[in-house]
Design a protein around this ligand. Sequence first.
Ligand code: NDP
Length: 287
Amino acid sequence: MAQIIDGKAIAKGIRARIKDETAELKKCDVTPGLAVVLVGDDPASRVYVTMKEKACAEAGIFSDEHKLPAETSEEQLLELVAQLNADERIDGILVQLPLPGHIDESKVLEAISPKKDVDGFHPYNVGRLATGNPLFKPCTPYGVMKMLEHAGVNLTGADVVVVGRSNIVGKPVALMCLAQHATVTICHSRTRDLAQRVRAADVVIAAVGRPEMIKGEWIKPGATVIDVGINRVGEKKLVGDVEFAAASEKAAAITPVPGGVGPMTIAMLLQNTLESAKRRASGCGCG
Ligand code: NDP
């Protein structure tokens, strides 16, 4: 049976370390600050925002919440982003996606100062990641890399198959594996014979959003499986993109859903906010 890579436990350890480092930084009169902007009342977004605020409070990070009505105009939102860019207490700005249809998401994301772009979605930060000199790493892929590190996976020369090519998970995680000298294959909906690709992988990273579409029998014996997918089936049950039970029979290590990559994303958001605050502190000759 595979070793379970326990995202909940790893994230807990990371959050405890962030709390200690935040306390140290406060001795230099720098409190890390994260602005969280929510437009409208999408229930899932509300839950995420509440979780982020709670995590900030636990870590001693100042969280500046902006809950705006769904009819907020693009201009008003851009004005708020400009204010937050200029606010010295704020090290990170997170605009919760999706935004209501009348607002151009990319325009808003590009308005965030790249130095406060803790989600790592600004084209400047995407470019820095692609050129191997990241300022902020996007939180979910960053969490995936931490899990691989905790599982003791050496990526040098390893064959990594990433299933999914989204801008928030698939592409950035592929770039991060490449930076660690893996041989990376990115698969997507037009890939021919996905099973064959997965069968050849030392590491499989699934970010598709289709319940259990990656079959256990495809997994190479001894492979590591990171399942980013979160799929609701039925009323309450959550499953990943990988057939967990069958894959566990073959893999050396695997992440569960829930309790795998999910908890890591918020931990890495706090990590990015802390890193940004440290840069501010060093700019003041401290830290
Ligand atoms: P997207 O829908 O943006 O991307 C899905 C990708 O999967 C696309 O590249 C798509 O290909 C590919 N795909 C779809 N069907 C197939 C198929 N049959 N075979 C191969 N590839 C396929 O999703 P996200 O990247 O945003 O999210 C992926 C999953 O991860 C979701 O379940 C989401 O909930 C979860 N997630 C979890 C997070 C966490 O914190 N743990 C954070 C973010 C996401 P194509 O490009 O060709 O359409």
